[in-house]
Write a protein that binds this ligand. Structure first.
Ligand code: NAG
Length: 269
């Protein structure tokens, strides 16, 4: 009996070590979003038939130009279990539908990115896809017929995003000023998501080594408000939802401005 207890204690200690070693800084990381099992969902579509959702801007996540690289209009709203108050923005999923759902379905897996949110209580998992993404599940030449179905059953699974050759761009939103810094990470590879962001200032041209937390403003946008002007150069640190962290040193120069995207030298691989 005593032996069993001792073994149990040892096992618990080992598990604690394992859990600790997977965390980056602060809270333990959730399970890595490697390719997961196929799950059932319902799908509808919105925007123009061959568009990227509403006017090519990403709705709730705030991404822009979703018809261009790397999304190429393959975008979607996710309901709360997918959108996760913005923590799901940028995540990639494969989607497919088969003949059981609709005769025009090809059952070929296509990859989409979460750029927006939807709220209809339609199913546990519910994707409101761009017209392009919905149509991509069809047999060749049958996209228009499939879109006429309106709502269908489909299957989905999380996959790593694959944005070859792209580094992460940190876009400062218009309206930013030295006391208010709203930032969005774009072209995030693999997990695609950002679940933590912090900022480091420089003093006399040297990094202060003090990371100040940023807070999710909405969608993929993070912000820092400060009574002390946030003069550049500024560094950023981001964590994705599998707990991977990277630092973009001095990514914002001394004269940083709102409405500008600053491309970093870093990426998740
Ligand atoms: C076809 O799709 C339905 C859901 O729409 C699913 O229940 C079924 O398992 C799928 N069949 C195959 C062979 O994948």
């Amino acid at each position: 009996m005593a032996g069993v207890t001792a073994n149990a204690v040892a096992l618990v200690a080992l598990l604690c070590m394992l859990v600790r070693s997977t965390s980056s800084y602060g809270t333990p990381a959730p399970a890595p979003p490697s390719t997961s099992v196929w799950r059932a969902a319902k799908a509808t579509w919105y925007g123009r038939p061959s568009g990227a959702g509403p006017d090519n801007n990403g709705g709730a996540c705030n991404y822009k130009n979703n018809h261009l690289a790397p999304f190429f209009s393959m975008t979607s709203c996710g309901n709360q279990l997918i959108f996760k108050d913005g923590a799901g923005c940028g995540a990639c999923y494969q989607i497919r539908c088969n003949k059981t759902s609709h005769p025009e379905c090809s059952n070929q897996a296509k990859t989409i990115v979460i750029t927006d949110v939807n709220y209809g209580p339609v199913a546990k998992y519910y994707f409101d896809l761009s017209g392009t993404a919905f149509g991509s599940m069809a047999l060749p030449g049958r996209s228009a017929q499939l879109r006429r179905a309106g709502m269908i059953h489909m299957q989905f699974r999380r996959v790593p995003c694959n944005w070859p050759g792209m580094k992460i761009t940190f876009y400062i939103l218009k309206g930013a000023n030295p006391y208010y810094l709203p930032v969005m990470a774009e072209n995030v590879n693999r997990d695609g998501t950002v679940v933590k962001m912090s900022i480091m200032r420089s003093k006399d041209g040297r990094p202060t080594n003090i990371w100040e937390p940023m807070y999710r403003s909405f969608g993929a946008v993070w912000r820092r408000d400060s009574g002390n002007p946030m003069k550049g150069p500024l560094s950023l640190r981001i964590t994705s939802d599998s707990g991977k962290t990277l630092v973009a040193n001095n990514v914002f120069p001394a004269g940083w401005k709102g409405g500008v995207g600053y491309t970093s030298k870093v990426q998740f691989y």
